[in-house]
Design a protein around this ligand. Sequence first.
Ligand code: UDP
Length: 238
Amino acid sequence: ASKPSPWRRVVVKLSGEALMGAHSHGLDMPTLTQIAADLSGAAALGVEVAVVVGGGNFFRGIAGADKGIERARADSIGMLATVMNALALEYAIEKQGKSARALSAVPMPSLCEPFSRQAALHHLGKGRIVVLAGGTGNPFFTTDTGAALRGAELSCDLIMKATQVDGVYSADPKRDPAATRYEQLTHDEAIAKNLAVMDTAAFALARENRIPIIVFSIREPGAICSALQGHGRYSLVS
Ligand code: UDP
């Protein structure tokens, strides 16, 4: 049984890694289908849903820079990677019978609509799931910061940061067995303790605009709907 969600409009941040399933890179269709079903379920709860997708399953600017590509150029390639993911996710959501629109911060009108605040609000108002590509549209930023930026400009009341673990830890739980999990913490604490679950720019934007962040594991099927209804395991940054 689904109980209503207290949230009116949310932005979900999905890393590229969340879309690759057990592969080392690229897209995994069953995983995309599972996440698309979860997003459709979230919309069915009456929540307006925007999704910011990353691109790390294809390319990250920092990795390109390490290989000798100048950073701004490498970041352009990274932004293109996020467009690939957005087009795939838009398709997967529509296959669930739910209307979706990919909007890109880097205009690519033959592939999808360019992002504008007006267009995004229009589609959200029509009950469509909006998939946001290209991050902020600028190099030297991340899609985490893109999620906080879109969260603020689209007046979202929650940022949902999907990760591979069930919340915010004092250290990387995959590397440090002594890492402890936070049930709740403030934006200030996340920044001061340099907790790497999102970058500082993203936390700072969310703090400035008083947007709470839920950090949860996308590995659990139905995780987005569960978190929206207040069950499941997650950390709350507020
Ligand atoms: N990127 C960028 N500006 C942005 C967002 C992303 O230049 O506003 C580039 C950057 O190179 C980044 C890549 O796109 O490494 C993929 O995004 P991100 O690393 O945030 O993806 P994720 O780790 O979430 O899969």
